[in-house]
Design a protein around this ligand. Structure first.
Ligand code: G6P
Length: 374
């Protein structure tokens, strides 16, 4: 396995640019393109003996920390939609602090790049004691979480060295989208949607290649933002997770305060912060929430917010406020896969901000790649 930096200066940079390849590996052998009359399907070998139990479960509980939690949050809507099973989210430490309720009828899914995070592992032991079926989604074959879970899926993203997780995040989302397809019923009514998602997955590496071309634009944006105190990131629906993950990246590597905000909560507090100085990034790519996001942009603009808008390619006019705000245009993909595309320019932004601000991008102060103590 290639663990040198190749032509890149930093591991984080290399791992961001590696995503067309890492996503290809994540999907290899798992998506079956049907012939003209055969439906396209998903094969997840590690789950096949447990699919019936998962389908019968009363609830799916996603458990993780940091970026892994955000990946699960990004996948939550599609898992709920295709499985018809309610999905709840648990930050591992909080589940343990509360001794939250886990039932025998639950499927608990533990998401962890390293497979060694202490809180996630302890939450796994706790869920096992309570009789839930435990599924692992990790990047590390033979890790503690991979061994302790009843079944699971390896994301096969390749070794990740940068402390801030990048390529593992996108591979985790893709694995959970495949999990949604595998658990969901192959009914006639869902056929079209399922096929669109499978086609979207197969084309994702190409779209990631396209979005990586924004590298220079993101460096320019980083130059504009490098001396700011703070960055707010507004998202909703599929891209609430993108807002949280962007803010996490900016915090952990660029050491700049940043907050991911659910746009639907704007009027319940965050709006008070808006003025002409504080930069606000709004994710407004095209999906069912688009018109609501347009209205959020209008309201932020009316309060003289310093806006940067991420939108689908060709829609800058619909969101760009007549050229008065900076726009990041990204390729549009199937809505549930859009978080994979949207996070990539934001990973690049965090990377460039860090370099410009003079911090260590691969080993941010005080942080560890794998947090094995509580
Ligand atoms: C640490 C890392 C993060 C990671 C989190 C969860 O905080 O710095 O990048 O997201 O742990 O790690 P895991 O290995 O469980 O995904």
């Amino acid at each position: 396995e290639q663990i040198n930096k190749g032509n890149y200066e930093h591991y984080m940079q290399k791992e961001i640019h590696e995503q067309p390849a890492s996503l290809t590996t994540t999907m290899r052998g798992r998506l079956i393109r049907g012939g003209s009359c055969k439906a396209k399907t998903v094969l997840l070998g590690g789950l096949k003996d447990h699919l019936k139990t998962i389908r019968r479960s009363r609830r799916i509980v996603f458990v993780g920390c940091g970026t892994s939690y955000n990946a699960a949050l990004a996948a939550r809507p599609i898992v709920e939609e295709l499985s018809g099973i309610p999905v709840t989210m648990e930050i591992a430490s909080d589940l343990l602090d509360r001794q939250g309720l886990i039932y025998r009828e639950d499927t608990a899914v533990f998401v962890s790049q390293s497979g060694e995070t202490a809180d996630t592992f302890q939450a796994l032991e706790y869920a096992k004691e309570n009789g839930a079926l435990c599924v692992g989604i990790t990047n590390t074959v033979g890790s503690a979480i991979a061994r302790k879970t009843d079944c699971g899926v390896h994301i096969n993203a390749g070794c990740e060295i940068g402390v801030a997780s990048t390529k593992a995040y996108t591979s985790q989302i893709v694995v959970m989208a495949m999990l949604a397809l595998a658990v969901g019923d192959d009914t006639i009514s869902s056929q079209q949607r399922r096929e669109a998602i499978i086609d979207g997955l197969l084309d994702l590496p190409n779209k990631v290649r396209e979005v990586l071309k924004l590298d220079k634009d993101m460096k320019d944006l980083a130059k504009l933002l490098m001396n700011e105190q703070s960055l707010l990131v507004f998202g909703r629906g599929y891209n609430y997770a993108t807002a949280l993950e962007c803010a996490l990246k900016v915090k952990e590597v660029a050491l700049m305060h940043s907050e991911g905000i659910l746009a639907g909560e704007m009027k319940h507090g965050p709006l008070a912060l808006v003025d002409e100085n504080l930069p606000i990034l709004v994710i407004a790519t095209h999906d069912a929430c688009f018109s609501k996001q347009q209205s959020v942009i209008q309201q932020l603009h009316a309060r003289k917010g310093h806006l940067i808008v991420m939108c689908s390619r060709g829609e800058a006019a619909a969101v760009g406020l007549g050229g008065s705000c900076r726009v990041i245009e990204v390729p549009q993909v199937e809505d549930c896969l859009q978080p994979v595309i949207n996070i990539i320019p934001l990973q690049l932004l965090a990377y460039h901000l860090t370099i410009l601000r003079g911090f260590n991008v691969d080993q941010p102060r005080n942080l560890a790649k794998s947090v094995t103590t509580q």
